[in-house]
Design a protein around this ligand. Structure first.
Ligand SMILES: NC(=O)c1ccc[n+]([C@@H]2O[C@H](COP(=O)([O-])OP(=O)(O)OC[C@H]3O[C@@H](n4cnc5c(N)ncnc54)[C@H](OP(=O)(O)O)[C@@H]3O)[C@@H](O)[C@H]2O)c1
Length: 247
């Protein structure tokens, strides 16, 4: 599919993060309209885009965005929450539930709200942003990893279900991009600069994501960690995230 001339909605746009790079590069690729959405739209600085309020855990806000953005033919589900250090056994159950409410059910609610719009606009595409944590967890990221694993499986189901209306569904998988959120987390757990070599520039991840989407790939593995994590699924070795959590 060509992104030039398309109308795209991106969730989770914030300063210097992956969503911000999506918006910037979509405009560079000639998208005719880009909706940049955020929980707090006043924090978004994304020139050339149309900024909309959207909270994945609030179905009314999703419905309002869908009512406004009826011309969308590409949906990029990028937003998610990551509660660092949260454990299944000792962590606050409400925070665990919020991880799934946002990352899994919030993404599902987006797809359910926008699937009829995509169908009406010729089928189009959905890109779900996963993580190699879906395939390789480690203490400190277990709850987030489980939510991304659920999203991985859900994305495969959606790919099949939405193919009947001509909507292509892709997943983007990568391990570490040097966004402000990831850098802050990595510095807190491993010290400043320690993990820099494992991180990829978010602009590079987004370029690979959009290339993959335009080429019609179902699963876009955008860094080495993703490739290694997928390969390790058939084995019993250490997690690719061992360096992050000091295991
Ligand atoms: N950076 C990495 O190394 C890495 C690796 C693998 C996968 N990923 C994935 O890549 C995506 C972007 O990550 P990032 O590094 O750019 O982190 P980020 O800056 O934390 O981006 C997440 C975005 O989601 C938004 N969000 C959270 N809860 C929301 C809700 N209920 N409704 C709407 N928006 C909500 C956040 O908004 P607020 O500012 O309001 O919280 C933020 O803008 C995420 O899906 C993440 O899991 C990142």
């Amino acid at each position: 599919m060509k992104l030039s001339g398309s109308t795209v909605l991106v969730t989770g746009v914030g300063a210097g993060n992956l969503g911000h790079h999506f918006v910037e590069q979509l405009i560079e690729r000639g998208a005719s309209r880009v909706y940049a959405t955020a929980r707090r739209p006043e924090t978004v600085d994304a020139p050339g885009s149309e900024v909309l309020q959207l909270d994945l855990t609030d179905r009314d806000s999703i419905a309002a965005a869908a009512a406004r953005a009826r011309d969308v033919n590409v949906l990029i589900n990028n937003a998610s929450v990551f509660a660092a250090g949260l454990t299944f056994t000792g962590g606050d159950r409400d925070v665990i539930r919020r991880s799934f409410d946002t990352n899994v059910y919030g993404t599902l609610d987006m797809v359910r709200a926008f699937a009829p719009i995509l169908a009406a606009n010729g089928g189009g595409a959905v890109l779900n942003v996963l993580s190699s944590a879906a395939w390789a967890t480690s203490d400190g990221i277990n709850v987030y990893a489980a939510s991304k694993a659920a999203l991985w499986s859900m994305t495969k189901g959606l790919r099949s279900e939405l193919s009947t209306q001509g909507t292509h569904v892709s997943s983007l998988v990568f391990g570490m991009a040097s966004t402000p959120a990831l850098k802050a987390f990595a510095e807190a757990v491993a010290g400043p600069g320690t993990l820099d070599a494992m991180m990829t520039d978010p602009a590079v991840i987004v370029r690979r994501a959009l290339d993959g989407l335009e080429s019609g790939h179902a699963e876009i593995l955008a860094d080495r960690l993703a490739v290694d994590a997928k390969a390790a699924l058939s084995g019993d070795g250490p997690s690719v995230y061992a360096a992050l959590t000091g295991e």
